[in-house]
Design a protein around this ligand. Structure first.
Ligand SMILES: [Zn+2]
Ligand SMILES: [Zn+2]
Length: 404
């Protein structure tokens, strides 16, 4: 049973009101982080800003974890629940019209990870203020390298889910497809298993006027690109989902030279790791056979670590849904379809039950209309206190559920 002190301390309206009172502090943290976007495993200044805020709040933490990551905690003992925010930026030049633009040339918080970290700092503040009412420990994970570096995997490998053992984990992503004041999610697979690849098609260079003395990797690579599309069109159940995208083709420098080789790069997506492995195997086989048909050799290699699919445990989603409804009202919480985007939150849900949520930030009046990874991407900052309150309530609810 939940005692009345705990219930009163974590009443949704009260938490939202306090979160809104803390909004200037949260927004200030977000803007400070926004101005210094750093790429994977280089988030040194970012990490410093976060730690200085934690110091200000008197919150204990372990650092470094996964080079620049931080594992902070509020409360004590078991059960234990974790809340996670990623902290890295992207190699994009910011073109958003905001007074707190990126100061790091060619780098931008274009995926909202600055907002994620700030909302989690807000949650840290509110949780610390009611620490004595917490029925266990809340770990606050500030994680580097979500954008391709598998920072989540390294955090897990460096023990953030142990001592005390994490029983549930929650995370959220700002979601430009949903309006501010709404929350989305679903039970089961929410985000795709993701892999990146490189194919090198090698032939024999020569004079373009005498192609019969050369072995043309440009023609072979062109056939490979076209043939790869047959995997989704002809091999995957039309009711299932998969993506094969070739996104880069590099080879040759001159009009009159057949190059030695051509490099293709791209990404594969599926809603399961088994599906991803199938795509990888078929891309490898097709590239090799098609290249061979054109007297070339193709070599397939994965780039970076594959991400598994983000799978929301159904109990965690149902609890999260109730919590979100208590916060923003039932009509503003939606069950949304899975997306083919990848998220390394998957490394946590592979290990412990949990749930990843979509936090609405779309607002025409505040200019938050562009997708993530767009140079004009913006966050409607009115969503920040909602995200903070959601974190706090998710943690309190999960501790209650684990205690019951
Ligand atoms: Zn991203
Ligand atoms: Zn992201």
């Amino acid at each position: 049973m939940v005692d009345s002190t705990s219930r009163a301390s974590f009443d949704a309206k009260r938490i939202l009101a306090e979160s809104q009172r803390a909004a200037p502090w949260i927004t200030d943290a977000r803007r400070a982080l926004h101005q210094c976007p750093e790429l994977m495993y280089q988030e040194f200044e970012t990490s410093e800003i976060i730690r200085s805020r934690l110091d200000e709040l008197g919150i204990a933490y372990r650092h470094p974890v996964a080079t620049t990551g931080i594992c902070a905690w509020v409360g004590r003992g078991e059960p234990c629940v974790a809340l996670r925010a990623d902290i890295d930026g992207l190699p994009i030049t910011e073109d958003a019209d905001v007074p707190f633009r990126s100061r790091n040339r060619g780098k931008m918080h274009a995926c909202g990870h600055d907002a994620h970290a700030a909302m989690l700092l807000g949650a840290a503040r509110l949780l610390k203020e009611r620490e004595s009412s917490l029925r266990g420990t809340v770990k606050l994970l500030f994680q580097p390298a979500e954008e391709g570096g598998a920072g989540g995997l390294r955090m897990c490998e460096e023990g953030v889910l142990r001592d005390p053992d994490v029983g549930r984990i929650f995370g959220m992503h700002v979601w430009p497809m949903l309006p501010t004041g709404t929350v989305g999610g679903r039970a089961g697979t929410f985000m795709a298993a993701t892999g990146f690849f490189r194919i090198t098609v090698a032939g024999k260079g020569g004079h373009a006027a005498m192609p019969h003395y050369a072995v043309d990797p440009v023609l072979a690579a062109s056939h490979v690109v076209t043939s790869l599309q047959s995997i989704i069109a002809r091999e995957i159940d039309p009711l299932a989902s998969g993506v094969v995208s070739v996104t880069a083709v590099h080879g040759g420098d001159a009009c009159n030279v057949i190059p030695e080789s051509v490099t293709l790069r791209g990404t594969l997506r599926s809603l399961s790791s088994a599906g991803l492995h199938y795509l990888q195997q078929r891309v490898r086989e097709i590239a090799s056979s098609v290249a061979a048909a054109h007297r070339c050799q193709a070599e397939f290699a994965g780039i970076d670590t594959d991400y598994p699919a983000v799978v929301n445990e159904s109990e965690s989603w149902h609890a999260a849904r109730q919590v979100a409804e208590s916060l923003v009202g039932e009509p503003n919480v939606a069950e949304i379809p899975p997306v083919m985007g990848g998220e390394d939150f998957a490394f946590y849900t592979d290990r412990v039950p949990g749930c990843f949520l979509a936090l609405g930030i779309h607002s025409a009046e505040s200019g938050a209309v562009h997708s993530v990874h767009h140079p004009k991407f913006q966050v409607d900052e009115r969503a920040l206190p909602i995200g903070t309150a959601l974190h706090v309530l998710l943690a309190a609810r999960a501790l209650d559920d684990l205690t019951a």
